[in-house]
Design a protein around this ligand. Structure first.
Ligand SMILES: [Zn+2]
Length: 130
């Protein structure tokens, strides 16, 4: 016996429910409908918790507050690992190193220009390489 067609509670299209649970399935298998089904299930659970557990709202608030604080700590830890100042310093040093190499190549090739840095200033090169 073939299962009867049902209307999806989300997209309203007809679908064949799972043959082992024909009465339980209200949503078809499209990803958007699966998400809507999960959302409705969570909403049903949350409503039941609010009705049966008097501390549920306070517990949820504490849980969400802890989640936000953990996200702030993680963001601060990431910021400590890669501060903008360090990135800017590395970019500055790489730009200086590029100008120095271009200047040295021009001198070696016999075409020095005025905007090339002084190749005798090796202190800056050592700073850029370390
Ligand atoms: Zn659907």
């Amino acid at each position: 016996m073939a299962a009867a067609l049902k209307d999806c509670a989300h997209c309203k299209e007809k679908f064949f429910p799972n043959k082992y649970h024909p009465g339980d399935q209200d949503y078809c298998t499209k990803p958007a409908c699966r998400r809507a089904s999960a959302c409705a299930s969570r909403k049903k659970w949350r409503t039941a918790q609010q009705e049966t557990n008097p501390d549920f709202t306070a517990q949820e608030s504490a849980r969400k507050r802890g989640l936000r604080e953990r996200q702030k700590r993680q963001a601060a830890a990431l910021g400590a690992l890669a501060p903008t100042a360090v990135i800017l310093r590395v970019q500055h040093d790489l730009a200086w190193l590029r100008r120095t190499v271009v200047g040295l190549v021009r001198i070696i090739a016999g075409h020095p220009s005025q905007d090339a840095p002084n190749p005798g200033d090796m202190g800056g090169l050592c700073t850029a390489l370390t």
